[in-house]
Design a protein around this ligand. Structure first.
Ligand code: UT7
Length: 313
């Protein structure tokens, strides 16, 4: 592939987490598991569940949060992209539903959804960044939103303990020339159902675990190569929040201090396409980005898909 540097300016971020919580103790009442096993094997303590809300509701609320935090006029949003594998329905897209909920129906806006599972937000951000660099787009709203609890089998202890619901949003525009962004996205078609959703989510955990460590390592290496940067120049890595042991494994493999990674998975579990934008929102609320900061985001998931972005503020 050609090496292309795009420019990316993140105007604001937002999130929405439904209030109902599923604790490890709650799961102990449903399947043969316990808090000690879940924490030691995953790092997850709680995850949230949407009650009476679906994916478009979560997406809309995260979008509202990003618009409000950035004081962005919704009338300047020229495209909406939603990454999800748990859309309320197949069509219309969640992006079109969010457009309507934001009251922007009278405007010409590009709206579509992206399905790249847990790498979905990275893919969506890549599309959005390409559009703002080449098209007549002022602001693009990029959302990752999932209600995974509706596709979980609460009799399968291998999967039901891992996932939760939530949404994260980001508003972007074309950046200054020094605000460079490099993307790397990849896929390896899987016909063996290593990780799939056919009505219900099914997964071969061990195989996904091994793939994930390899995918994160490969993505970090490729992004550093594209940016001609060293790891010590990266301010923070926002990984897909799937399992503490996956991040710990990568940290050990690449000799990266664990505090280089931002982690919040103990609160939300794996929220698939929503996990990176939720984590990035929380990171930037704690630590607003400064000029020169270099941020890396890395995702992996069903497809199998993986990839990331590295950008400089
Ligand atoms: O976005 C990507 C999505 N997916 C992932 O990131 C998942 C990646 N994989 C993983 O995170 C890990 O493979 C798991 C957390 C899913 C499982 O951990 P593991 O250390 O790979 O366990 P395992 O699947 O090899 O199973 C070890 C044992 C088995 O029992 P036996 O056969 O040794 O008696 C499992 O049945 O642990 C058992 N087990 C559990 N025990 C208590 C599996 N799930 C549970 C559970 N509670 N929830």
């Amino acid at each position: 592939m050609k090496k292309i540097s795009l420019s990316l300016d993140i105007v604001s971020t937002g999130k929405y987490i439904p209030s109902a919580v599923i604790t490890n103790d709650d799961l102990e009442k449903m399947v043969d598991t316990n808090d000690e096993w879940i924490v030691s094997h995953t790092g997850i303590k709680t995850r949230h569940k949407a009650v009476g809300e679906d994916t478009s509701d979560l997406a809309y609320k995260a979008a509202k949060d990003a618009l409000e935090k950035g004081k962005v006029d919704p009338e300047t949003i020229d495209a909406i992209i939603v990454a999800t594998i748990t859309a309320d329905f197949a069509s219309p897209s969640m992006a079109a539903i969010v457009q309507a909920r934001l009251g922007l129906n009278h405007r010409d806006i590009t709206c579509f959804d992206v399905n790249a599972a847990c790498t979905g937000f990275v893919y969506a951000l890549q599309m959005a960044t390409a559009l703002v660099n080449t098209g007549p787009y002022r602001h693009i709203l990029v959302i990752g939103a999932e209600v995974l609890t509706k596709i979980l089998d609460y009799t399968d202890r291998n999967t039901c303990i891992l996932f939760g619901d939530g949404a994260g949003a980001m508003i972007i525009r074309q950046g200054q020339p020094h605000q460079k962004a490099f993307f790397y996205t990849a896929s390896e078609g899987d016909i063996e159902d290593v990780l799939s959703v056919k009505e219900i989510l099914r997964m071969q955990g061990r195989r996904v675990f091994k793939f994930a460590i390899n995918a994160v390592e490969k993505s970090i290496n490729r992004l550093l190569e594209l940016d001609e940067a060293r790891l010590d120049q990266v301010t923070k890595i926002i990984p897909h929040q799937a399992n503490y042991r996956i991040i710990d494994g990568v940290a050990e493999l690449k000799k990266i201090p664990l505090n280089k990674f931002f982690l919040n998975l103990e609160h939300y579990g794996n929220t698939s396409a929503a996990s990176i934008p939720i984590a990035f929102d929380e990171y930037t609320q704690e630590q607003p980005l400064r000029e020169g900061d270099k941020i890396m985001m890395v995702g992996f998931g069903a497809g199998l898909t993986w990839g990331g972005v590295v950008f400089t503020r």
